[in-house]
Ligand binder design. Structure first.
Ligand SMILES: *[C@@H]1O[C@H](CO)[C@@H](O)[C@H](O)[C@H]1NC(C)=O
Ligand SMILES: *[C@@H]1O[C@H](CO)[C@@H](O)[C@H](O)[C@H]1NC(C)=O
Ligand SMILES: *[C@@H]1O[C@H](CO)[C@@H](O)[C@H](O)[C@H]1NC(C)=O
Ligand SMILES: *[C@@H]1O[C@H](CO)[C@@H](O)[C@H](O)[C@H]1NC(C)=O
Length: 466
């Protein structure tokens, strides 16, 4: 199966620029639609997209740096993972980012992919089998079946757990894998978001709480109160009932969540875009506003009005409630992620106004089960991810770095202590969600510079292992 029949490179795409710094080429791989049931789809294949860069590669010998992609079109991850590109030259590595099935262009059943029963082909297992087969065939076609593969990205640790024959070592940046264990941590998320704001300013935190309380007071006044909230928030459509009011609360909470998660020291375009230090920017808006309500709206605007051209907020379009309490976004990727949040990916619980600063917006297993049944006709098999992917019993594995930024709300689900001499935890002081994977920047905090240095040393050690 190796060689030209499986891979096709679009020559016309050579030197497409992703963020001027990191050029890539585009290829498509004939990937099995179904790795596990040969009777259902037989040998049918789809075109799995991948991006690659081989200009630094020591032909036949250098390692393969592989991004075990997350849930989204692959180009965004190429751009957001500058660390991989920046260290490729010193390792003489071949860099390749295959796209996760059901995202971007990599749709196993074309435009029918999101219909039942085809959506069932979206599992972490299938996606990982895609990567495993892709890498095996890639190595054959490059004449380097002995080349070592280092994995980065959302499924890096799982690839090392499940395919140690193919992946030699993994940098799992900001991977909240312990959350996948029903017995693991789950209630950390919104309290961590809260602490990020409190950490910047106690007053900011108190103002946010007070603003939510003021909203509740207005809500209790009926339609006149809802009208005032709608006005102060510049909503395109007036709130009319409890449901729309709660949707607004979720919309606001979501803005704070993204500001905390992507609290980078410089402006980014990842996941919609934010200014540098968004937590600080949001807090300063609240603390300088003429009223609590307009302050809360302005702070939410740091996320929803990054274009500075939004006339009014269409909260139903801007925040779509789904199986993930942090929202699913829009478009086909939203549906795919929603489905995964009902099947493979266990996500955090809701907010409670006690351990966090947010309104009481519960999201527990029972609610999720109802939602998934109603939306997809399925019941989450909550014990399976921990069964399949080791849960918190990961000491049988080796050659994995788990890095976590102390500003990242997902940190509470991460591996925060060394598990063995080769399953290592690195804390990134001053780091938001996988800051260490991003390209270096003059505004980087010292904590991430140190973390990247350590990561490079450990990867070097893995590659030198006999
Ligand atoms: C789906 O794809 C088929 C074949 O490529 C095409 O003919 C059809 O118009 C597409 N349908 C939609 C809704 O995009
Ligand atoms: C791999 O080896 C074959 C046969 O020796 C050769 O034709 C092909 O060009 C080589 N491929 C690469 C990428 O070096
Ligand atoms: C979005 O930002 C622009 C520029 O600051 C501002 O004029 C506009 O009123 C904002 N939109 C909303 C809905 O607040
Ligand atoms: C949230 O907590 C505050 C106290 O910190 C309390 O005054 C308020 O009533 C609570 N709101 C709800 C909806 O429980």
């Amino acid at each position: 199966m190796a060689g030209a029949g499986v891979f096709s490179v679009l020559l016309s795409s050579i030197l497409v620029l992703a963020c001027a710094d990191f050029p890539y080429q585009v290829g498509y791989f004939n990937q099995y639609v179904d790795h596990f049931n040969q009777m259902s789809y037989g040998e049918s294949t789809y075109k799995q997209k991948y991006l690659f860069q081989d200009k630094n590669w020591k032909r036949g010998k250098g390692p393969i740096f592989f991004y075990a992609g997350n849930e989204g079109p692959i180009e965004g991850f190429w751009t957001a993972s500058g660390f991989v590109h920046q260290i490729a030259p010193e390792f003489e590595a071949y860099v390749v980012f295959p796209e996760h099935r059901f995202y971007g262009e990599s749709l196993p059943m074309g435009n029918k992919s999101f219909e039942s029963p085809y959506l069932g082909l979206l599992t972490v297992d299938q996606a990982m089998a895609d990567y495993a087969r892709f890498l095996s065939e890639l190595k054959k076609s490059l004449n380097c079946t002995e080349c070592r593969v280092i994995a980065f990205g959302g499924r890096a640790a799982y690839m090392r757990f499940k395919y140690p024959n193919i992946v030699h070592g993994s940098l799992a940046a900001s991977a909240p894998i312990l959350m996948q264990d029903p017995a693991g941590p789950h209630d950390f998320f919104f309290s961590h978001v809260t602490n990020d704001f409190k950490g910047y300013s106690e007053k900011c935190y108190l103002d946010i709480r007070a603003a939510f309380r003021e909203m509740d007071v207005l809500f209790a006044q009926g339609q006149s109160g809802l009208d005032k909230i709608s006005n102060d928030f510049f909503l395109c459509n007036k709130l009319t009932d409890k449901q729309s009011y709660q949707h607004l609360q979720g919309w606001v909470r979501n803005a704070f969540t993204f500001m905390a998660m992507l609290d980078y020291p410089y402006a980014t375009s990842f996941m919609g875009g934010l200014p540098g230090h968004p937590v600080k920017v949001g807090c300063n808006k609240i603390m300088s506003a003429k009223s609590l309500l307009s302050g809360l709206a302005d702070a939410a605007g740091v996320y929803y009005n990054v274009s500075a051209t939004v006339k009014c907020y269409d909260i139903m379009a801007e925040f779509v409630e789904c199986a993930d309490p942090t929202g699913c976004g829009n478009g086909p990727a939203a549906k795919a992620w929603d489905y995964q949040a009902c099947t493979d990916i266990i996500l955090p619980t809701g907010s409670n106004n006690v351990t966090d600063m947010f309104p009481v917006l519960p999201w527990n297993l029972e609610l999720r089960k109802d939602y998934c049944k109603k939306t997809f006709g399925i019941t989450p098999r909550v014990d399976w991810p921990a069964t399949e992917f080791l849960g918190s019993k990961i000491s049988s594995s080796s050659n994995i770095i788990f890095s976590n930024g102390d500003l990242d709300p997902w940190m509470g689900g991460g591996v925060l202590q060394n598990v063995s001499p080769t399953v290592i935890s690195i804390l990134v002081k001053g780091g938001a969600h996988h800051l260490d994977l991003r390209a270096s920047n003059p505004l980087d905090p010292p904590g991430v510079i140190a973390a990247r240095e350590k990561e490079r040393g450990i990867i070097r050690g893995w590659l030198n292992q006999s």
